[in-house]
Design a protein around this ligand. Structure first.
Ligand code: GLV
Ligand code: GLV
Length: 332
């Protein structure tokens, strides 16, 4: 008999079809995420779960499913899952790192250029029929990227991929701050390690690439935003809660900084009455940094690979809670 699996949203066919060959799949039919109650109702008799970053997978959810053995997250970030509880209960948790690194870095760079050169604002201007004077020496002046300083907060896979692009492609000075000093990458990429304060004070662009943890919650708040240059921009493709969004609104409104480009928010979707929506100096995108056809398919393949490897009694390739192997052997 195939193990039973609940999937909280349809994932690309390349992974889904392989999963169906190996599991009895119950697929959440909606576009919108199931509520926690709906997850609990459907997970009760399941041995496996495919979750998204929008799904709260806490201890209560795990307790509702005594037979649950693996949570295969379709995302690199997994702050929606109570990892400690999972490990204690012998539940394997996997994610989809690596395949989305370059795609996400591409998007961070796209946001950076769009805010610095006012691409979105300019597009709205042309569409709304306001472009009446042809070329003008002072129209839509923005700021250069090449040769400036970028500060990367979190030099993991994605942070490094952004650093490489900006150093090699745009001749930028690249500063980074991380809890771990990366001497190897400093050499390889030509990046400089600084403390967070120095990074904020010296960068023309600050780009966030940390996971969300207890330590990175509101890492960038009022104090940090006030350290940034009034000509600097903040780019966030990590998690909304890494930034104190109320403080950021104030910083943008009162022009402590020049602008921000955000793919992630403290609450998603961004509520329709959010004050950020009233500002010109911010670009807002709906959490799409990894959203390329190729990458989303590859993420689905990794989810399938993790699930099938586990089913075959082996440790899944991108296991997150490595200590779980001491609690329970892989397999159903
Ligand atoms: C997207 O934000 C992810 O964590 O994959
Ligand atoms: C995520 O893949 C990271 O380590 O940056």
């Amino acid at each position: 008999m195939k193990p039973k699996l609940f999937m909280t949203r349809k994932i690309p066919e390349r992974g889904l079809s392989r999963i169906r060959e190996n599991f009895e799949v119950e697929l959440w039919p909606g576009e919108a995420p199931p509520s926690k109650e709906e997850i609990i109702n459907r997970i009760k008799d399941k041995q496996a779960l495919v979750s998204l970053l929008t799904d709260p997978i806490d201890e209560e959810v795990m307790e509702a499913a005594p037979g649950l053995r693996i949570i295969a997250q379709y995302a690199v970030g997994f702050d929606n899952i109570d990892l400690e509880a999972a490990t204690r209960k012998g539940i394997y948790v996997t994610n989809t790192p690596g395949v989305l690194t370059e795609t996400t870095a591409d998007f961070a760079v796209a946001l950076l250029f769009s805010i610095a050169r006012r691409v979105v604002e300019a597009d709205k201007y042309v569409r709304s029929g306001k472009w009446r004077v042809g070329w003008h020496p002072l129209m839509f002046l923005g700021r250069d990227v090449h040769g400036k300083t970028i500060g990367i907060v979190g030099l993991g896979r994605i942070g490094s991929a952004v650093a490489r692009r900006m150093k090699r492609g745009f001749n930028m000075r690249v500063l980074y701050y991380d809890v771990m000093r990366r001497h190897d990458l400093e050499k390889e990429l030509g990046v400089e390690y600084v403390d967070l304060e120095t990074l904020l004070k010296e960068s023309d662009f600050v780009s966030l690439h940390t996971p969300l943890t207890k330590d990175t919650y509101h890492l960038v708040g009022e104090r940090e935003l006030r350290m940034m240059k009034p000509t600097a921009y903040l780019i966030n493709t990590s998690r909304g809660k890494v930034v104190d969004q109320k403080a950021l609104y104030k910083a943008l409104k009162e022009k402590w900084i020049a602008g921000a480009a955000l793919d992630v928010f403290e609450e998603e979707p961004l509520p329709p009455d959010d004050p950020l929506l009233t500002l010109e100096n911010v670009i807002l995108t709906p959490h799409i940094a990894s959203a390329s056809f190729d990458t989303r398919s590859k993420m689905a393949e990794i989810v399938a690979e993790n699930l099938i490897t586990f089913k075959n009694g082996k440790v899944p390739p991108t296991l997150v809670n490595k200590d779980v192997v001491k609690v329970r052997k892989p397999g159903f």
